[in-house]
Design a protein around this ligand. Structure first.
Ligand code: GRF
Length: 214
């Protein structure tokens, strides 16, 4: 097995997906290590999660930047300082510009709380309930300049229950996210994924989906 790959995680908030990654990375033979966590919000609780695991953290407050481009440039510089093999957006609530996205093309991965291409953008669970869908879920995908539209690596589906409200559905999806993201990221780091005409396939034919009831 090759050397452990370097993961930089970008967050904006709670950091529960980050925690799932940090826990996965502790398991024997997991192919990567989180080398840094960067947040655009200095008060993101996820920064404490990172610290508890002894990971280097940095807050880069977007409100201190004169422009979106300047912010992206500074974020890129700070990411590059950690020489990442992959950059993971785990609840990073800012749209990244083309330059950043192109720089990390093929090694920039996002988790989105819906079964894409349904419900891109914000408030996914509320919109799923309003639409009356019977399955909700999450998607891990490569990031391309078009928001939430990059090639899908894996998806997790959870049932929508008749008595769900936004919070209950969000919680069920989140539990699935915590399994999905480490699984998809390990595939990427192990070189187990291949691309065909913009579609991502697992070389060994592993199912690229999870179905979870609870
Ligand atoms: C998750 O639902 C993720 O899919 C979305 O933002 C949320 C982040 O939660 N992009 P957490 O910070 O990982 O707890």
């Amino acid at each position: 097995m090759g050397p452990s790959k370097r993961i930089v995680v970008l967050i904006s908030g709670r950091g529960s997906n980050l925690q799932a990654l940090l826990e996965a990375a502790r398991t024997p033979n997991w192919p990567g290590q989180v080398v840094a966590v960067l947040s655009n919000r200095p008060d993101a609780p996820g920064l404490d999660v990172a610290r508890a695991f002894g990971v280097s953290t940095q807050a880069l407050d977007h409100r201190a930047s004169p422009s979106r481009e300047a912010y992206d440039e500074s974020l890129l510089t700070h990411c590059e300082a950690h020489a990442p093999d992959v950059v993971v957006l785990a609840g990073f609530m800012r749209v990244l510009g083309d330059r950043f996205v192109r720089h990390y093309a093929g090694r920039l991965i996002n988790i989105h709380p819906s079964l894409l291409p349904a419900f891109e953008g914000l408030h996914t669970h509320r919109r799923a309930l309003q639409a009356g869908v019977k399955w909700a879920g999450a998607t891990v995908h490569y990031v391309t300049p078009a928001l939430d539209q990059g090639p899908i690596i894996a998806q997790a589906a959870v049932p929508v229950r008749a008595d769900d409200d936004e919070a209950r559905l969000a919680e069920r999806v989140l539990r699935a996210e915590h399994r999905l993201l480490p699984m998809a990221l390990a595939w990427h780091l192990n070189g187990e994924l291949e691309w065909h005409d913009g579609v991502v396939r697992h070389r060994g034919g592993a199912p690229q989906w999870l179905i979870t009831e609870t």
